[in-house]
Write a new protein. Structure first.
Length: 300
């Protein structure tokens, strides 16, 4: 009977998410990181909705030959126009569509498959663990950029094909972290405690392991994954392998405006470049802040 009580206490210590207020103990710098990150995420989501509903200051494809490369603030163009007279602000807003949904696809693939294989490796163990880790190391050994270029050569520069590769190559990372979390719980006699209490395997896995102990991991991976997605999409679009003109992407906007930088028309390329910088920074700071708060890495 005493052993059963000890098992129950071990289970509660690991799974009770209300045992302490992590947010009250968080450092001010981490709260600042999270606040800025949430602001960027809200701005991206709002801009995506506005672009999808076509609530834009101007038509992003409409060309005004009388306002070629107009500076910011001229004739109602808050951020100016590009070399074809198209409104830069409207194209920035629509450009979010180039990475938002494809990025969510990549994150969903990485987290879903990584969780499945991580649970198999950590919870099952034995030969299953060996096979899963071998498969994960095999995928991780392939250079991502080479795989992306092969997909582009075999099919076409489609951002969804590219993001599928990005998601698949991120599976080993999620797999490793989920497996590590399960191994940590095993060291705390958590799984033994749950089994001794008569819980079914699916309850242990989905509720006590994934929901109580891995949800912070998933949130952090999603934020950092989106930052990586933006960097990959904009880089490939800049090089001409991603989203193609006339569809706007922050990457191809930087590329097309770079030719006029030495002429003093700096807003054509620097405006989308700053959007890339601040957005990636926001997602990274959000992930870093959440990591420190939810995992207890730093306290006041």
């Amino acid at each position: 009977m005493t052993g059963m009580k000890q098992y129950a206490q071990a289970s509660l210590m690991v799974t009770d998410p209300s045992s302490r207020s992590m947010w009250k103990q968080a450092a001010a710098i981490d709260l600042l990181y999270v606040g800025y990150g949430l602001f960027i995420v809200s701005l991206v989501v709002l801009s995506y909705i506005l672009g999808s509903l076509n609530f834009l200051p101007h038509n992003p494809q409409e060309m005004d030959l009388s306002l070629l490369m107009a500076p910011p603030g001229v004739a109602g163009h808050l951020l100016g126009t590009d070399f074809m007279g198209r409104d830069i602000l409207s194209r920035l807003i629509v450009g979010i569509q180039a990475y938002f949904v494809p990025g969510l696809l990549a994150i969903a693939i990485a987290i879903t498959l990584g969780t499945v294989f991580g649970v198999l490796a950590g919870y099952r163990g034995g030969g299953v663990e060996t096979a899963v880790l071998y498969l994960g190391n095999l995928v991780d050994s392939f250079p991502r950029l080479v795989l992306i270029l092969l997909v582009i050569a075999a099919f076409k520069p489609d951002i969804y094909y590219i993001m599928i590769i990005v998601g698949l190559t991120n599976v080993p990372n999620v797999l490793s972290q989920v497996k590590g979390k399960i191994n940590f719980l095993k060291q705390k006699n958590f799984i033994e405690a749950a089994v001794a209490l008569g819980l079914k395997n699916r309850v242990i896995i989905f509720k006590h392991i994934l929901w109580y102990n891995c949800r912070s991991l998933f949130i952090i991976q999603a934020t950092l994954g989106m930052a990586e997605v933006i960097l990959i999409e904009t880089s490939l679009s800049y090089l001409g392998f991603g989203v193609q003109e006339p569809i706007p992407s922050w990457g191809n906007m930087v590329q097309s405006g770079a030719n006029y930088l030495l002429q003093g028309k700096f807003w054509l390329s620097t405006t989308p470049a700053l959007a890339i910088l601040f957005t990636i920074l926001g997602f990274h700071l959000l992930g870093d802040g959440l990591n420190n708060i939810l995992e207890g890495r730093r306290s006041t």
